[in-house]
Ligand binder design. Structure first.
Ligand SMILES: [Zn+2]
Length: 396
């Protein structure tokens, strides 16, 4: 079995520690170092958990020809970002494409230990979302449809039960009944890409909805001042909000205000990265979203305009760095929003540094203060997954 150790400053207590592991579990945590050298140590935290990853390295889970090998490639690639657990995310598409992707993901989880160890469940975002321009975001209108319990059951069958999060809009009649059936089946129901009114949102929460997906995005460009679905979801304590804090999707003042309104306990970070993550500026044809432009500043937009974002390209670690820059929240809180809190959404006790916890760890440095540009990503030095050192900066 893999064993090893790593030295760094804990992001939760700022204490310098040596963490040892064996057999996939943390076996010891001891204080090290004198105060003079501690400042030089890298940070050390639980492996990052990202509930919304559409693909990367040119590979999209919505690709009609998705293969198990591609699922494994994406799953392993995330180590460079410090991500040790994630939700492969499918966006609105035909039943044929969604069921193919879900069958492929399920068989990859069955056949590959590397995939099984990294996938925390599948996130299906759509197709039961708002059809209107704005809230629909980049999802293709022709595949948007009202909730259909029979279809959802067939999708969950194709996934061999691995669908863990379903993002939908509760604006359809009968949505509350649908939500309670999905929630009762053990799937986390998230509200997103919606124009639901106050009553519909309240009914959705009463029926078991627990999350708001990328709150503040997938919304109208212009909204009535109040009431509207942003205020309603901000005020709803039953909803944990996922936020894309890449410096493009939400202005810093909005991030700061959302954090204060929801409180950090009800916020998590997601990346929402797409297949174009890391590609050079230009126009790309994608499986799920049609033509997408990668702009010079790194933004991904629907081709031919500059407003409608088509997903993100920065990893979740950039969200941690930005959150510390944009808000009064400390590093420990920002890291919790990318570790223990998303783990709790998945019903896992992971995302904690303690003896007996899984040896999923990431060692990193924050970007230099005053780093130029809209966002500065973490400098990942090493990633440990299940006790195995799966990435290290010195070896790359
Ligand atoms: Zn979305």
């Amino acid at each position: 079995m893999f064993s090893g150790q790593m030295v760094g400053r804990r992001t939760d207590t700022f204490q310098a520690v040596r963490i040892a592991w064996s057999g996939g579990q943390i076996t010891g945590i001891e204080s090290v170092g004198s105060s003079e050298v501690v400042e030089e140590f890298p940070w050390i935290s639980p492996g990052l958990i990202d509930l919304q990853i559409n693909g990367c390295q040119g590979l999209a889970f919505n690709d009609p020809g998705l293969t198990g090998a591609q699922v494994e490639t994406v799953s392993r690639a995330l180590a460079a970002w410090g991500v040790t657990c994630y939700c492969p995310t499918l966006t609105t598409d035909s039943f044929a494409v969604l069921s193919h992707a879900l069958r492929t993901l399920a068989s990859a989880i069955r056949e590959s230990r590397a995939v099984a160890a990294r996938v925390g469940g599948v996130h299906v975002e759509g197709p039961y979302i708002c059809a209107e321009d704005g809230p629909r975001g980049a999802h293709p209108r022709q595949h948007v449809r009202p909730p259909d319990w029979d279809e959802f059951c067939r999708l969950q069958d194709a996934a061999e039960g691995h669908i863990r999060i379903l993002t939908l809009s509760p604006e359809y009649s009968g949505a509350d009944v649908f939500i309670s059936r999905v929630a009762d089946s053990g799937v986390v129901v998230a509200i997103g890409h919606t124009q639901a009114d106050s009553d519909q949102l309240r009914a959705a929460v009463d029926a078991g909805a627990r999350m708001s997906t990328h709150l503040g995005n997938g919304a109208h460009a212009t909204l009535r001042r109040h009431p509207n679905y942003l205020w309603d979801q901000l005020a709803e304590d039953g909803l944990t909000a996922s936020l894309i804090v890449d410096g493009h999707h939400l202005p810093p003042a909005v991030v700061k205000t959302f954090l204060r309104a929801k409180t950090p306990d009800r916020c998590i970070l997601v990346s929402d990265v797409t297949a174009m993550a890391g590609l050079a500026p230009g126009r790309y044809e994608t499986a799920g979203l049609g033509a997408v432009d990668v702009l010079e500043d790194g933004r991904l937009v629907i081709a031919g305009q500059q407003q409608l974002l088509a997903g993100a390209s920065l990893p979740i670690g950039a969200g941690i760095a930005n959150l510390v820059r944009f808000t009064e929240q400390g590093l420990g809180t920002a890291v919790a929003m990318a570790t223990s809190r998303p783990a709790a959404i998945l019903g896992q006790a992971a995302g904690r540094l303690e003896v007996g916890a899984p040896a999923d760890l990431v060692q990193f440095r924050l970007p230099e203060p005053g780093a130029r540009g809209p966002a500065g990503d973490l400098q990942i030095q090493a990633t440990v997954q299940g006790g195995e050192r799966v990435w290290s900066a010195s070896a790359s």
